[in-house]
Design a protein. Structure first.
Length: 220
């Protein structure tokens, strides 16, 4: 637990420093600890150290780990940060408190149906294909206004936009573009930035950063 507390403290200090440089408040930024592929026993120390927002990539993996963890830590918040299949929409709406990967009309329909059925209105980020990488998922930029309008008409609460910049390229222009797109659409949130670049993302408007390695270490 001491190590977990130290790792959290280091990341929180970097968040505060980046926010100060940008003239922002650190409490405007939500740290999402990405616990994908990590077993429950590796998540518990971060929960015990006070971290409360976690991100998982897969519905099935989260369903296997989190019900028991939430019994012990009922105030934990769970975010889906990976791709979502339409046939898993109802499971995702039941399990997660926020979804970062709404990216296509068929998923809008599936999520709206699931939210109406369960009575849960789960905030969603629209994932943008910011680097024109089809394999990563995400809505193409020209199609973004129509998808946002469809989601709003369907009664899906929109938290903002999300992106994963191309690997190996300076991320700043992509973060700046997402910030502009969100502003143009009147959306408050920007889910962007990971362990290697979250400070840059914060300086360019990130409201949610998705950090795994800096908190959990590298997988062996």
């Amino acid at each position: 637990m001491e190590n977990a507390a130290t790792q959290i403290e280091l990341v929180v200090e970097k968040i505060a420093r980046a926010a100060a440089i940008a003239g922002r408040k650190a409490d405007e930024i939500t740290l999402v600890a990405v616990s994908k592929t990590h077993p429950a026993e590796e998540i518990v120390p971060l929960l015990a150290a006070g971290q409360r927002v976690f991100g998982e990539n897969r519905v099935q993996e989260a369903a296997a780990k989190w019900p028991a963890l939430r019994e012990e830590f009922p105030d934990a918040s769970l975010h889906l940060v990976g791709q979502l299949q339409s046939n898993k929409a109802e499971d995702a709406v039941s399990l997660f408190d926020c979804i970062h990967s709404l990216d296509r009309p068929s998923l809008v329909s599936a999520l709206a149906k699931a939210m109406n059925k369960t009575g849960r209105r789960v905030p969603c980020f629209v994932q943008v294909d910011i680097g024109e990488e089809i394999q990563k998922g995400g809505c193409a930029i020209p199609a973004l206004p129509a998808l946002v309008a469809q989601a709003q008409e369907a009664g899906i609460p929109l938290a903002g936009l999300m992106c994963v910049p191309p690997a190996g390229i300076e991320p700043s222009p992509f973060f700046a573009l997402l910030d502009k797109l969100a502003g143009d659409l009147g959306l408050p949130g920007r889910s962007m930035g990971m362990s290697s670049d979250f400070e840059t993302a914060i300086m360019l408007g990130a409201t949610h950063i998705r950090v795994g390695t800096a908190l959990f270490g590298t997988r062996g």
